[in-house]
Design a protein around this ligand. Structure first.
Ligand code: 1GP
Length: 265
């Protein structure tokens, strides 16, 4: 088999469902929205957010975070699944955040940092359990980008984010992830970031890397979402803003559903 054909066959054979979904949307010039649910928040709020996600046709629910204090991941996932039928992916902060009720898990490697524990150490500890599970494991290049204030993930992982005004470093890091076989790039300004990642950086990474691009951190308005989608984000992740006001789900969902690449809304 010629190498190019083998390479294409290999890529599509092993592409995870979430990546297939994003690629299918891309072919139709559509975007995706994920809502990040913190398992530590009150169950009542989780119920309301899950129901709203269903109503507003959110694409995915992410559950997790860099610091989950009360060990309630399992309860949060079952609550979400009782209240909506959307795919649930774990966004793990450590090797203990594995739960087979979920549809899948973002298998993150914190490529922007230089802490071996978050590059490979925790992944090695988690790998046997993941390999024996039915979870869809999504190889994800995770890049922390400076969002204007120190975030939990930066503090907990003891890593520095990529400076916001250094898009070339983001491109090089994302390319390294692609060459290592990661299926998507998640660029994150961190939960509760003062500002989201710049459109210029998103655009440069999308143009040069051409892998499904997930963008999160500090997205709190329709205009920011619109700008990031237009810049090349395939999936936006909203978390803190939803906790502050659940109506943000409807706001960003409307942007997503009315936006077609190249057409003004
Ligand atoms: C954080 O990207 C997610 O890891 C979402 O960020 O909570 O700021 O929306 P926010």
């Amino acid at each position: 088999m010629p190498y190019a054909i083998f390479n294409t066959w290999y890529f599509y054979t092993y592409m995870t469902r979430i990546i297939t979904h994003i690629q299918q949307l891309k072919q139709q010039n559509k975007k995706a929205l994920a809502v990040l649910i913190d398992p530590d928040q009150p169950i009542k709020s989780t119920v309301q957010i899950a129901q709203l996600c269903q109503k507003q046709q959110v694409d995915f629910i992410f559950v997790g975070g860099s610091l989950v204090t009360s060990g309630v991941l399992s309860e949060a996932i079952s609550t979400i699944q009782s209240n909506c039928s959307l795919p649930v992916y774990i966004f793990p902060g450590n090797e203990f955040m594995i739960d087979e009720q979920a549809d899948g898990i973002l298998f993150l490697s914190l490529l922007s940092g230089r802490n071996p524990e978050y590059l490979i150490g925790k992944q090695v500890v988690a790998a046997p359990q993941l390999a024996a599970s039915n979870l869809e494991v999504v190889p994800t290049a995770y890049l922390l980008i400076d969002g204007g204030k120190e975030t939990s993930v930066s503090y907990i992982s003891n890593t520095k984010p990529i400076p916001a005004n250094k898009p070339d470093i983001a491109v090089a890091t994302a390319l390294a992830g692609k060459l290592m076989g990661m299926q998507c790039i998640y660029m994150d300004a961190g939960s509760g970031a003062a500002h989201s990642i710049s459109e210029a950086m998103v655009n440069k990474v999308q143009t040069n890397v051409q892998l499904p691009l997930i963008i999160g951190g500090g997205i709190r308005s329709a205009q920011t979402a619109l700008n990031l989608y237009r810049a090349g984000a395939d999936v936006l992740v909203i978390g803190n803003g939803v906790e502050e006001s659940h109506s943000l789900i409807e706001t960003i969902s409307k942007v997503k559903s009315t936006l077609t690449i190249g057409v003004e809304v």
